[in-house]
Design a protein around this ligand. Structure first.
Ligand SMILES: CCCCCCCCCC(=O)SCCNC(=O)CCNC(=O)[C@H](O)C(C)(C)COP(=O)(O)OP(=O)(O)OC[C@H]1O[C@@H](n2cnc3c(N)ncnc32)[C@H](O)[C@@H]1OP(=O)(O)O
Length: 213
């Protein structure tokens, strides 16, 4: 398990971000469109063939394995395959994490692709987002791994506009306790507490800015 140095200038990171973001957004839109389409079966068959052609084009040149977790020499994080923030991952909502005085926060919208109970966010999706956010809040000096996380679902989280925040409440040695919430317009829908550990191997690594994916 290794972080990868991507030896490129910050301007090149931004250029690539500008290339991949519209592609990923369109694939995200495709996922939503497939879930909600009511076109006839002939149109579906045509769509399937056209999409398969595009997949074949993209597969004509592929990297081996996953994208990996990359960073520049300036320690800008490029976790572009990440399931929560990945610039190249249409499965990621994505969260655009902002650093605030007491931790991290973000505003995001979850649509049909994240449904669990009718009209509501799947509990596993809430857990995944909170895991990432608490981990991000805890990773202020070095990257932390989740040791244990507990989620309390206070009431259903309706699909739509949401906010989330996370902060660290305690640090002893390599161990950090973080808490966080997801809220809708009426208030908190679920809350989390977790233990995050800095692995021994990361103790000497420089801090990386992960918020931008
Ligand atoms: C893009 C990046 C942005 C940043 C955000 C990242 C968020 C992503 C969060 C994740 O999803 S990480 C993926 C899920 N987690 C894992 O895969 C972790 C797998 N487990 C491990 O790698 C190791 O078990 C772990 C690093 C968590 C701990 O191994 P260590 O060998 O460093 O632990 P050690 O036994 O030395 O214990 C150190 C302290 O942590 C405590 N501890 C260890 N494992 C724990 C655990 N699982 N739960 C709670 N506490 C734990 C342990 O009791 C002890 O506490 P004390 O110092 O008080 O004695």
């Amino acid at each position: 398990m290794q972080f990868i140095l991507e030896d490129i200038a910050e301007a090149e990171v931004e250029r690539r971000r500008g290339v991949y973001t519209p592609l990923t957004d369109t694939v995200r839109d495709l996922v939503d469109a497939v879930i909600r389409t009511e076109v006839g079966e002939d149109a579906l068959a045509v769509a399937q063939r056209r999409i398969a052609e595009i997949v074949a084009d993209l597969r004509s040149e592929q990297m081996d394995g996953p994208y990996g977790v990359r960073h520049t020499r300036e320690n800008t994080g490029m976790a572009w395959g990440n399931a929560v923030i990945g610039v190249r991952n249409a499965l990621a909502p994505p969260l655009n994490v902002e650093h605030v005085d007491d931790g991290v926060r973000c505003e995001f919208t979850l649509g049909a692709a994240y449904e669990g109970p009718p009209g509501c966010v799947h509990g596993g999706v809430c857990a995944m987002l909170l895991d990432h956010l608490l981990g991000n809040a805890a990773s202020y000096e070095s990257a932390c791994y989740t040791g244990t996380i507990t989620i309390r679902y206070l009431r259903p989280t309706r699909l739509g506009a949401l906010t989330a925040r996370a902060w660290v409440t305690e640090q002893t040695g390599r161990k950090r306790i973080a808490r966080g919430t997801i809220s809708d317009a009426e208030g908190v829908t679920c809350e989390a507490e977790g233990v995050f550990i800095v692995p021994r191997s990361a103790l000497d690594a420089p801090p990386v800015r992960w918020s931008a994916g």
